[in-house]
Each structure stands twice: as structure tokens, then as C-alpha cells.
Design a protein around this ligand. Sequence first.
Ligand code: 13P
Length: 250
Amino acid sequence: MSRKILIAGNWKMNGLKAEVSSLAKGVSAKYNNNSAYEMLICPPFTLVANAVDTVKGSGLKVGAQDCHFNTNGAHTADISPLMLKDAGAEYVILGHSERRADHGESDSLVNKKAKAVYEAGLKAIICIGESDEQNKAGKAVEVNQSQVAGSVPDNATAENTVIAYEPIWAIGTGRIPTSDDIQNIHAEIRKALASKLGQSVADGMRILYGGSMKPTNAEEILALADVDGGLIGGASLKVDDFMGIGACVK
Ligand code: 13P
């Protein structure tokens, strides 16, 4: 089953209008729409519409980093999937470990948000990943499988959902798991997807790796059988680093 590699940039709480002109424009100018891989940037909410306008026609896609599970209503400061669709976004990152830690987001909340994302006709990038403590206790597989079971809706498909495995201890630290460990956990995540959604959906669903991915380590990681792209934080904030990761797709 062929899974098109996705190179996705999560800008997190970084970027002003100036970065749309420099970074988003810079990436879109260099991205070749006929590439073997799909490329996506997820700026903060304030920049989504501007980024969509700026990259129009380049093939570079734009997404957001979170959303509410309702379409509209009395939810001060929240942003709905419909609003993101209206702004031109195509993807929404959900359940990032920073949302889970800073805002107490649970698997069931992430699941609810993902269903709302599908309803709006957007695609969800559902993040999972174990803590350092869980990793050291040998619980990585168990934790990630349980997050798949709880966070991924029953109506997830290979078209509307991407999984991002981001070991929390690898985010922004420069520490990454060994390639064997990444491949092993991605294969275990795919097994959990198969038991929830069926083998053919699991075989078609992309599983990204995230955590300290750089042009220097991306080639080895992206070559792993069950790795279908990357969710990139720090290195997505520099045109050359982000494009350098794209260039590692073989
Ligand atoms: P870094 O690439 O900065 O480690 O961040 C990864 C991440 O959290 C992407 O969502």
C-alpha cells in the first residue's frame, strides 16, 4: 500500500506576519509540487489565513495546531474546524503533548476533536507519544497503543487521519530514539490501528515521526519501513532546514 510521505512543520507559538513573508513564502517558493512528498506548514491561528493566501498555487499546504470540537457557539477564544476550513486550512494537529500537558487534553477530548475535524472536511494529525519516565519503565508500546485506542475515532480513515508518534523526551532535546526503536514502535502503532480500524485502513494510514528531526538525521529516519514522514518543530522555522528534511525523502 503506498503512503505518500508527509513533511509537516509545527510552528508552535512562533511567528508573526513577517514570518509568513519570509518562512512560508520561502518554503513555498522552493517546494516542488510534483515532489514525491507532500509538504505542510502549521502556523499559529493568527497566521493561517495569511499563510494560505501567501502560498496559494505552490502546492504547499497549510494547517492549524488545534481546534474546538464544536462548530460555533459560546466558547470564548476557541476556534472551530469550520473556521479553519473557511480560512483555507486542510489539516489540524490534535493532541500534541504540549496541549496534553499545558491544557490537560485527554484521549477522549482528542477523539471528539478529530470527529469534528472530519465533519468539517479537514484532516486530523493525531499526536501520541510516551514520556521519558514511561520510556525508561519499558512502557512505550503500551502507552502508545492505549493512546491510539483512545484518541483515534472509529471512523478514522487513511484519507482523513495521520498519526504522529512524538516521544515527549525527544521533543526539542536533540535526543532521538534509535532507528530500530522508531521502526519497532511505528510497527506496533500500526498493529494498534489495525485492531481498531482493520488491516487495510492501518496499512494506508501515514505514521509520522516527530522529535528533534533535522536534515542530519532525517534520511535515516524517513527510510524506515513504517515511517511515513515527519512532524517537525524547531527545524521547520528555518527554510533551509525544513527544505533539507524534504530533500531526504528518497
Ligand atoms: P522539535 O522538532 O522541535 O523537536 O519538535 C517536535 C514537535 O513537537 C513537532 O510537533
